[in-house]
Design a protein around this ligand. Structure first.
Ligand SMILES: [Mg+2]
Length: 317
């Protein structure tokens, strides 16, 4: 079962009667004039992080950042969070204090309060954060229409490059910092709530997250590789190290930029706000994803994106 089938299975098994449940960046439940947004994420030692790669304070900050990003992806304002923590016996009490000082600093920075949680001893360290936020008008993944522009708030590939450098034993690089200290796009998310049709945050790679948005909206897209922004010095370093640049940009993950679909009219209004973003392509009626480079389709099959949108339909036939 892949993730998409798993989500479909859960949606079927657990119908949600209070609003919008599984399948977006956060659940959405109306509470008076506002909508309450809730999202949860787990980080597990040796699967999502290695303890030798980042300090416990950085880990605490990251675990909060990735959750706040999901609220930003709904165009919402994060308010408070719960934390479930598993800590190995071998870690000293100072380690726990270091974790919580990092968490406290991050909570102040993003103006969210700790509302509760649970703690247990555990073989491996794990951190489960549940974040609560609100929005007057949540932006779902499913709102894109054919003919919308597709845009992103900033470059992709930097975090994945940082991870590669980290695994290769490097310690000092702006890319490693990008990887360790992701920055949720809170302000842009709030502003985009007034303009965008559909939105998602980039946690698992541009193509995969874009395909989720397209799928939820029932449209396809064409994006232009040369319009994708990359961080400064990114290309030079990829060439130097012989890393596959396109793979990092298109499938890298953990960039935590926002990807959105917006009508041409709204885009012209958004431009007047001065917010920085990059139009990278357009949605299409035809339900398939194509990446063009100088007008020629790029082979994206080796990233696992063969004909993603039609795939399930084809199998059924
Ligand atoms: Mg997300």
């Amino acid at each position: 079962m892949d993730e998409r089938q798993f989500v479909a299975y859960l949606k079927d098994k657990f119908p949600f009667h209070s609003g919008l449940g599984i399948g977006d960046d956060a659940s959405v439940v109306r509470l008076g004039k506002y909508f309450q947004l809730i999202s949860t994420d787990i980080l597990i030692e040796d699967i999502h992080f290695r303890l030798q790669d980042l300090s416990l304070a950085e880990l605490a900050e990251k675990s909060l950042a990735v959750n706040i990003s999901d609220i930003a992806a709904m165009g919402g304002q994060a308010q408070y969070f719960y934390i479930g923590l598993g800590f190995p016996d071998g870690l000293r009490p100072e380690a726990l204090r270091a974790f919580f000082s990092g968490l406290s600093r991050a909570a102040k920075k993003w103006r969210v309060d700790l509302a509760g949680g649970d703690y247990s001893r555990s073989k491996k360290m794990f951190i489960a954060v549940t974040i609560v936020g609100q929005s007057k008008k949540p932006v779902l993944r499913s709102g894109a229409r054919p003919g919308d522009w597709i845009a992103i708030t900033g470059p992709t590939g930097g975090s994945a490059l940082g991870l590669k450098l980290l695994l290769a034993g490097e310690q000092n690089s702006p890319f490693i910092r990008l990887h360790k200290r992701p920055k949720p796009q809170c302000e842009k998310g709030l502003l985009l709530a007034r303009y965008a049709h559909a939105m998602i945050d980039l946690s698992d790679g541009l193509l995969l997250d874009l395909s989720r948005l397209l799928q939820a909206s029932g449209v396809g897209a064409e994006i232009d590789y040369e319009k994708l922004p990359v961080p400064p010095h990114f290309r030079r370093l990829c060439r130097q190290k012989n890393y596959a640049e396109k793979e990092l940009v298109l499938a890298g993950g953990e960039d935590y930029q926002l990807l959105f679909a917006i009508s041409p009219l709204q885009e012209s209004r958004l431009r007047q706000t001065g917010m920085i973003y990059h139009v990278i392509g357009k949605t299409t009626k035809q339900r398939r994803l194509r990446v063009l480079e100088n007008g020629q389709p790029l082979k994206i099959s080796h990233f696992g994106f063969d004909h993603f949108l039609d795939q399930s339909d084809k199998k059924k036939k």
